[in-house]
Design a protein around this ligand. Structure first.
Ligand SMILES: Cc1cc2nc3c(=O)[nH]c(=O)nc-3n(C[C@H](O)[C@H](O)[C@H](O)COP(=O)(O)OP(=O)(O)OC[C@H]3O[C@@H](n4cnc5c(N)ncnc54)[C@H](O)[C@@H]3O)c2cc1C
Length: 379
């Protein structure tokens, strides 16, 4: 594992840091409050190459290593977790599987547009009865002589409010569970698709989450992504990258919470001195800094493995598990250190506290990550 960074890596992250601080952070409270999808912010991010960070330049991306991508997402997430999640879906869950598994025709049609941000992608796997048990898909794709006909409903599809295309998972061989699922690249303006807003959410508001209804949606055979019956593997491969990205998103929120707590510990006085002089506060800050740094190391390791090896399944699960739980503790402890100032509606900590929670739920709950890690340990 490489710890030395290139000048290019540092220069890119300097640009992202300035963008996050100057263009994203001032918008975070408003995105949270209105729950409106931040189209203009994503457009600016795209202009900096943040919509196709790991896609090679000849395909329209900025061609960065996975660790650079993760570090960039962490910086963006410290400013707004919502913006980081939107970017992570487009990068890890749509552009990357398209790059890895797509046909030349599919890539010509969508990859450059997704990588440059001209188009935005969504990833439609979850259903009402297929969350953790993602193999229990009910959406079907029936093959006839003109192509496939998709029917069913997907839930909680981030980006779907504005997305142009989605990778949709559907059953092509009923009864075969994971081996009978295929992936399809579906333009979201296809006749028969209805977008219905997903339930209002506690945090990461403004993700453009929609439930997608497919009512006999016709796509031609060229919409199949990869081979028939390999969709579940494509989903799991995409989620490897996605989980590294969610580790980065969680770390950004956790670090922002720690930074808020440190600032407050320096300035808030009690019993005639800054509360940061009390060892009870100092030890909490020390533990949080250590836990976040440990999680960051796991994220780097997973990112490095993702670049070098054909699989990073357990590494990605460990990074997401550790980062999301450490970040949750950071937001919780920071709330305690800021006390009433943190609990105030509209405080930064209050938003971070709500935003951090989803990282233990989406792209596989913490229990699912533990199942993956246990399977690797027991293999
Ligand atoms: C904000 C947000 C954005 C999302 N974006 C997307 C998206 O873009 N695309 C998409 O496809 N999905 C998306 N999702 C859905 C998300 O991936 C699922 O919510 C998640 O996988 C969990 O599924 P579930 O909510 O159905 O919980 P369930 O699967 O019903 O789980 C309920 C509880 O049971 C536990 N559990 C389940 N099985 C086991 C087991 N075997 N052992 C131990 N515990 C178990 C779970 O860990 C959890 O605690 C999003 C969700 C949210 C909240």
């Amino acid at each position: 594992m490489e710890f030395t960074r290139s000048a290019e890596h540092d220069a890119f992250l300097d640009t992202v840091r300035v963008f996050a601080q100057e263009r994203v952070a001032p918008r975070a409270a408003e995105i949270d409050e209105t729950g409106a999808f931040p189209t203009d912010v994503i457009r600016e991010a795209a202009a900096l190459g943040l919509t196709g960070m790991t896609i090679p330049p000849d395909a329209g991306g900025s061609g960065h290593a996975y660790a650079t991508y993760a570090a960039a997402l962490e910086l963006v997430s410290a400013a707004s977790a919502t913006v980081a999640v939107i970017l992570s879906v487009n990068n890890s869950l749509v552009a990357e599987p398209l790059h890895e598994f797509g046909s030349d025709v599919q890539k010509d049609m969508w990859l450059r547009r997704l990588a440059t941000g001209e188009a935005l992608g969504a990833f439609a796997l979850s259903e009402t009865d297929a969350g953790s048990d993602a193999g229990n898909q009910h959406t079907s794709a029936r093959l006839d002589d003109q192509g496939y006909v998709l029917s069913g409903e997907k839930v909680w599809v981030a980006n779907a409010e504005v997305a142009d295309v989605a990778i949709v998972f559907a059953v092509t061989q009923p009864g075969a569970r994971g081996r009978g699922i295929s992936a399809f690249l579906v333009p979201l303006d296809s006749p028969g698709i209805t977008r219905v807003a997903s339930p209002d959410s506690l945090g990461v508001r403004g993700l453009g989450c929609m439930n997608l209804r497919f009512d006999n949606v016709r796509v031609d055979a060229g919409a199949l992504l990869g081979e028939s019956g390999r969709g579940f593997r494509i989903a799991m491969r995409a989620l490897e990258g996605g989980r590294i990205a969610i580790a980065a998103q969680a770390l950004g929120v956790g670090q922002a919470a720690l930074d808020e707590a440190v600032l407050y510990a320096r300035t808030r006085e009690a019993f005639g001195q800054p509360i940061g002089h009390f060892q009870a506060i100092q030890f909490q800050l020390a533990d949080l800094a250590t836990e976040l740094e440990a999680a960051r190391m796991l994220m780097w390791k997973a990112a490095d493995t993702r670049d070098r090896a054909s699989r990073a399944t357990a590494e990605a699960a460990m990074a997401k598990l550790q980062a999301s739980e450490a970040a949750h503790r950071a937001a919780d402890r920071a709330m305690q250190i800021l006390a009433s100032e943190g609990y105030r509606r509209g405080s930064t900590i209050e938003r971070l506290f709500r935003d951090v929670r989803a990282a233990e739920i989406y792209q596989g709950t913490s229990e699912v990550q533990r199942m993956i890690i246990a399977a690797a340990v027991l293999r």
